[in-house]
Design a protein around this ligand. Structure first.
Ligand code: G4P
Length: 294
């Protein structure tokens, strides 16, 4: 599986992004961190907590429409225990986004009170949006801008490429140009990013990847595979490739000579998982990752 994740975040890029982030932080009151609710641990930037220092943070658990509802709630509780507000959102439909601005106001309530005491009632709240690629950062910004029917403002920032969006009266979002990196040195994290399609184009071994996903699902969501692919056999002892063959056979995916087209089966499994067709699935469970510092 070594070849699965080959996205490179070069030290130079990371240093530049860190510098941009530090400069942009000075312009905002709060940071909105977007993560993928299917992999709340693996879709995080491992250095973010340190990078944003003591700036208030709110977490948007995006793609909650295709994540496990019970796990969504458990993750929200994990964040709550850490003193962080996490909101389940679906930036494809906009579900849950109404809660965003009120939640930020609550997170910043002390600061807002302090502004008011200084006569700065209604001072614009500025929030920086961050996330690793594919978590839905653009979808979030687009939805918020559309909902507010606001015009995108072209205002030069301190950092070149910074873009501001007005999303409500006295509310602005800052999109920064730098790309945040995931915990890419961790093989399991890399694999999960590949399962969700975050590193789709880098995948070389499609069948190997699908087989690994099936193995994971066999143990955590066996009914999802059994129902979708109409498997009556006991799959609890099967290996990933064996399940792939079973699925290919069930779906009549054959190549000349009657052999099973496991590549097509693998593409189907990955596509269906990514599209939420296999069901609402979370691969990073609080039972395994909830104790990590977030
Ligand atoms: P990014 O800026 O963080 O890189 O992410 P982007 O918004 O481009 O979203 C990445 C993919 O995730 C897109 O799918 C997008 O539609 C999908 N997505 C974003 N938010 C949600 C959500 O809440 N739920 C679901 N189910 N999907 C979401 P794509 O296949 O790359 O493109 P598209 O054809 O769907 O636009």
């Amino acid at each position: 599986m070594e070849e699965v994740i080959s996205i490179q975040w070069f030290p130079g890029h990371m240093t530049r992004t860190k510098r941009q982030l530090a400069a942009s932080l000075k312009l905002v009151d709060c940071v909105a961190e977007i993560i993928d609710a299917r992999i709340p641990f693996s879709s995080r930037n491992p250095d973010l907590r340190k990078l944003i220092n003591n700036k208030p943070r709110i977490v948007l658990m995006n793609k909650c429409d295709i994540a496990d509802k019970t796990q969504n709630q458990k993750w929200i509780a994990v964040y709550k225990n850490a003193g962080i507000t996490a909101l389940p959102v679906d930036c494809k439909t906009g579900k849950g986004l109404n809660a965003f601005m009120p939640a930020v106001r609550t997170v910043l309530s002390d600061k807002i009170k302090a502004w008011e005491a200084k006569g700065m009632k209604g001072k614009t709240i500025k929030v920086m949006v961050v996330g690793i690629p594919n978590v839905g950062k653009s979808s979030f910004i687009n939805k918020m801008v559309k909902q507010s029917k606001a015009k995108v403002e072209d205002r030069p920032g301190v950092t070149r490429g910074n873009q501001w969006f007005t999303i409500g009266k006295g509310f602005e979002l800052l999109d920064t140009p730098g790309v945040l990196w995931p915990k890419f040195e961790d093989k399991i994290v890399g694999e999960k990013l590949a399962f969700t399609g975050a590193v789709r184009d880098q995948v070389i071994d499609t069948e190997g990847l699908a087989a690994r996903l099936l193995l994971l699902l066999r143990d955590s969501y066996p009914d999802a595979i059994k129902t979708r692919y109409k498997l009556d056999a006991d799959i609890s002892e099967l290996q990933g490739y064996e399940m792939l063959e079973l699925i290919g056979r069930k779906r009549g995916m054959l190549i000349s000579g009657g052999e099973i087209d496991t590549l097509r089966a693998a593409e189907t499994v990955l596509d269906e998982f990514r599209g939420g067709i296999l069901g609402k699935i979370t691969l990073d469970r609080t039972e395994d990752y909830g104790a990590f510092r977030i």
